[in-house]
Design a protein around this ligand. Sequence first.
Ligand SMILES: [Mn+2]
Length: 495
Amino acid sequence: MATAWLLSPPEVPMQLHIENRQKLIKSLCHASSTPLHGFVFLQGGNEQTRHDTDHTEIFRQESYFAYLFGVREPGFYGAIDIASGKAILFAPRLPAEYAVWLGEIKALSCYKERYMVDMVYYTDEILKVLNDEYQGTGKPLLYLLHGLNTDSGNFSKPAEFKGIEELQTDLDTLHPILTECRVLKSYLEFCLIQYANDISSEAHVEVMRKTKAGMKEYQMESIFLHHTYMYGGCRHCSYTCICATGNNSSVLHYGHAAAPNDKTLHDGDMALLDMGAEYHCYGSDITCSFPVNGKFTGDQCLVYNAVLDSHDAVISSMRPGVSWVDMHKLAEKVILESLKQAGLLVGNLDDMIAERVGAVFLPHGLGHLLGIDTHDPGGYLQGAERPKEAGLKSLRTSRDLLEGMVVTVEPGCYFIDALLLPAMESAKTSKFFNRESISRFRGFGGVRIESDLYVTSDGCVNMTKVPRKIHDIEAVMAGAPWPIKKTVVFENGSS
Ligand SMILES: [Mn+2]
């Protein structure tokens, strides 16, 4: 059955980045008791080549730079004059042969128009321009980006250019404030994340429909990539596709170079597909789990519904002020309850929770902030400590929810020998496991269900539009329609 897909990815209004810059300046001024002078100054990403060769990897903008300026080309710098709010871009001066190999060299005015900034100069003019534009006394002061990414442990690299030592620099102020700006999404940002969700949801459904025993895992990946690029204009994914079937679905980050989605699908396997496209640097992060033959067995229903109940329980409890750590505990509890009801676990639920049995089945965090990065920054405020308990320590945020956050909800239930076997041996936890029933699930793999949620003033909106209930998944896999009404983005202007 042919489906009419929408063939026109949306034009992104640069108003989005104007608003992001205004929000930053407002936050910076709000955080200081005295009027601030100087420039927010960022260096955009540079093109990378493959190892020692001249093969250029496809460029994707650095995320903080993308947030403020939306520039898609490499080699740029950007400044915002804090006093006036004026935005200045600095473009690389391209050599004449660029026009032969890479295309027309654009006039600076083209960048000014496209990116809706106040001024554009060349990168070799930075020092002069900053000196000329500076309204304060003494040497121009630059607020540079330097701070920890709490997911990777890496630090963002402050801008560097020839002559920067002649200016004053501040490395401490900008990072926490700019990061916090990224945590709460504007209406236009919401629209972009919704678009990435719409096209990715559609692609997940397309994969479900085409999945059959005998295929390779990478063919599911290929269908997803084709759909999001062909019909959605998404050149990048938010992360490497995880297309795991059978026991591979208990490998949390399957799909990497050493496990490249290359198993053959067998009748009876569960598939766990964690795939999300990104558009104009804003991403989506969606996981669907289903049997490759299109029909759930009793045991597959049991595990799947345990995770779906957990997913739904969290979503119906989410609202501003709710602690994400509590949401993780709720997710865990619902899964443990289901496993107990099914006879896989025995004993008192509170005792199981106290002994961290939940982390045996759900060892990763419940979810994370999502935006320009899949694991968007800001999960831990400066000075905040990570929880130390098993499972909870993997949380990428321990914060209370705020209106405007986009968070993933991704509970899972996995049968991972490396966790299950020691827990069944441990003096503290062995009593909770019904060995006979659990043995049925060795080699089952796992189930994860992941949706992207936008936190509203009194609840949340699920931005992910894929079949979740077992009868809906079975129907779609058997050919039933699953219309995804694409959200018309950017129509209502900005907020
Ligand atoms: Mn995720």
